[in-house]
Design a protein around this ligand. Structure first.
Ligand SMILES: C[S@@+](CC[C@H](N)C(=O)[O-])C[C@H]1O[C@@H](n2cnc3c(N)ncnc32)[C@H](O)[C@@H]1O
Length: 244
């Protein structure tokens, strides 16, 4: 059965979701970091740090940063001194910005940049000690297929950490968050990125994404166990961790 978020696409074309997502991130790559930090007021940096703290529990030597975009999660992962980080993304323009940024990062040469697709990974089973996915799973064309592939390439004693935006449970904060997300985000996104669809797609895809226990159930269905859900910053972001 198709999951609600799989039907949410940025553009009204006949292209598959995957092709539309690749086009969208290629279009906004030049403004992605600026808008990401502006729209989250820089709190996204703290969320990634928190996720890396969780995966450090398994002392990962080889980490996959799935849907790496411009690489911020991969750079954060370097701080726990893995031997290697594989940073993979659909969008070449996003990767190119990450590759440029890596030149000025300590140990940036430990990151291997790969253009690829979460649903068809060219890695052997059990290749990675830990996997991170920052604000990426919502964009998968087939969520269960993408997660199953991640489970396949993760070692049995590994850990996955997934970040996704979510809605605060407190009604007042939820109201403010909705205004920010539904009106301010698309407005600012349109002005700076010149892709009006991209920043309308963001709130629409977050609204359709399974939250909390529902997402943990999907993780279990796709081969993970010991799933945990940590609401961050009043529930504006969800951190999920799981083992195999
Ligand atoms: C919102 S960005 C997140 C970037 C980064 N992880 C971060 O924390 O800022 C989502 C990224 O997911 C990538 N993506 C979406 N679907 C993908 C897929 N099926 N396989 C690989 N990457 C994908 C997009 O190209 C985009 O760069």
């Amino acid at each position: 059965m198709e999951i609600e978020v799989e039907k949410v696409v940025p553009y009204q074309t006949n292209d598959a979701k995957k092709a539309q997502i690749e086009t969208m991130f290629d279009n906004i790559a030049h403004k992605y970091d600026f808008l990401n930090h502006l729209l989250s007021l820089g709190i996204d940096i703290i969320w990634r740090k928190r996720a890396i703290r969780e995966i450090s529990a398994v002392n990962p030597e080889v980490i996959l940063d799935m849907a790496t975009g411009t690489g911020d999660f991969a750079f954060e992962a370097l701080l726990i001194h893995p031997k290697r980080v594989v940073a993979l993304d659909l969008s070449q323009n996003m990767l190119d910005i990450g590759i440029e940024k890596a030149k000025n990062k300590r140990n940036g040469q430990h990151i291997e940049w790969v253009k690829g697709d979460s649903e068809q990974l060219g890695f052997a089973d059990s290749s990675f000690d830990a996997i991170t996915v920052g604000f990426g799973v919502r964009n998968f064309q087939n969520l269960e297929k993408g997660l199953s592939e991640l489970g396949r390439v993760m070692k049995p004693d590994g850990m996955i950490a997934i970040l996704e935006p979510s809605f605060p449970t407190n009604p007042f904060l939820r109201f403010l968050f909705n205004i920010h997300f539904r009106y301010i985000t698309p407005f600012i996104g349109k002005i700076f990125s010149r892709d009006s669809s991209a920043y309308s797609y963001l709130p629409n895809s977050v609204s359709a994404f399974p939250q909390g226990d529902s997402f943990c159930e999907i993780l279990k269905k796709t081969g993970f166990n010991d799933t945990k859900h940590y609401p961050l910053t009043f529930g504006m972001c969800a951190l999920y961790t799981a083992r195999k």
